[in-house]
Design a protein around this ligand. Structure first.
Ligand code: ADP
Ligand code: MG
Length: 281
């Protein structure tokens, strides 16, 4: 299968400030891909390059196998974007807000009602946008982003200003959208969110990808040196080095019938990021 997104040696300078140094990565159809990094890492700049809102200083940016800038209009029809700057008309109802965009995209009302059902807002179509809770507002913005059934969805920190309960609700919605066929490119500084939602994540630090992979695979790759062992006659945990010396200790405990439990020590994505970059999110 061809790549839905591919970036090759992409650099982006803003005058003397280099936002992205040399980005190379691919995303396949159906993936939920997480772009992780602290504020200022270059996440939004990457989304803007992929959605032709910015042009790169150098390098290749392709979406659906086509150069983004040469096929701007065509690509725009098949992508949906959610960013923190996308606003709603406060005094219009939920339905009217969506109809405004539906008319631009040529989406029939019946499809708008379907999307409202998808995001769980059928009961709220007459509500004024300003009367919606934060979570409902975000669902409405997502509804707008998926109104024209885009194959590819860009979400720039979709849960960054939401409380845990509302975040959970948005996660469920994103999983549902992915199941229905949307490929999702998501930025976040929330490692737990990335771990839960993403098929693959890229760690972005100061305009560079420091590693990319499946969350579980990354945890195994950076699993630390120690193995936690609990013995039957002791209540404490013992840390054993993952080497031959450690192995003979464990072997002996097993033979003596002393071993109660062995735990692997997988690091969290947060820990891995910290180790790779020396900084927290
Ligand atoms: N329009 C711009 N002009 C100048 N510098 C910018 C502009 N947009 C972003 N930057 C800089 O590029 C870097 C990456 O920004 P951004 O992509 O917004 O990061 P993130 O979304 O990860 O927080 C930051 O240092 C930021 O100040
Ligand atoms: Mg940003």
């Amino acid at each position: 299968m061809e790549n839905i997104i591919s970036m090759k040696n992409v650099r982006k300078d803003f005058k003397e400030n280099t936002a992205l140094k040399n980005l190379t990565f691919n995303i396949k159809e159906g993936e939920v891909f997480g772009f992780l990094g602290p504020s200022g890492a270059g996440k939004t700049t990457t989304i803007k390059l992929l959605t032709s809102q910015l042009t790169p200083t150098s390098g290749e940016v392709k979406v659906f196998g086509q150069d983004v800038y040469a096929n701007k209009k065509e690509i725009f029809k098949s992508i949906g974007i959610l960013s923190d700057t996308s606003g709603m008309y406060d005094r219009l109802s939920v339905l009217d807000n969506l109809m405004l965009f539906a008319n631009i995209y040529g989406v029939p009302k019946k499809d708008v009602l379907e999307v409202l059902e998808l995001v769980g807002m059928t009961e709220d179509i007459k509500k004024e946008a300003k009367k919606l809770s934060k979570g409902m507002k975000q669902r409405l913005m997502i509804a707008r982003a998926v109104l024209h059934k885009p194959k590819l969805l860009f979400l720039d920190e979709p849960t960054s200003s939401l409380d845990p309960g509302t975040t959970l609700e948005i996660h469920k919605l994103l999983k549902k959208l992915n199941k229905e066929g949307s490929t999702i490119f998501l930025t976040t500084h929330n490692m737990i969110e990335a771990d839960k939602l993403c098929d693959r994540v890229a760690f972005l630090n100061a305009g560079e990808i420091v590693d990319v992979g499946n969350p579980e695979a990354l945890k195994l790759k950076y699993t630390n040196e120690n193995i936690k062992v609990i013995l039957k006659d002791k209540n404490e945990e013992i840390m054993i080095k993952n080497n031959s010396e450690g192995a003979s200790k464990i072997k002996a405990w097993i033979e003596q019938g002393k071993l109660l439990a062995i735990h692997s020590m997988e690091p969290s994505l947060e820990k891995i990021f910290l180790n790779l970059t020396g900084r927290e999110l």
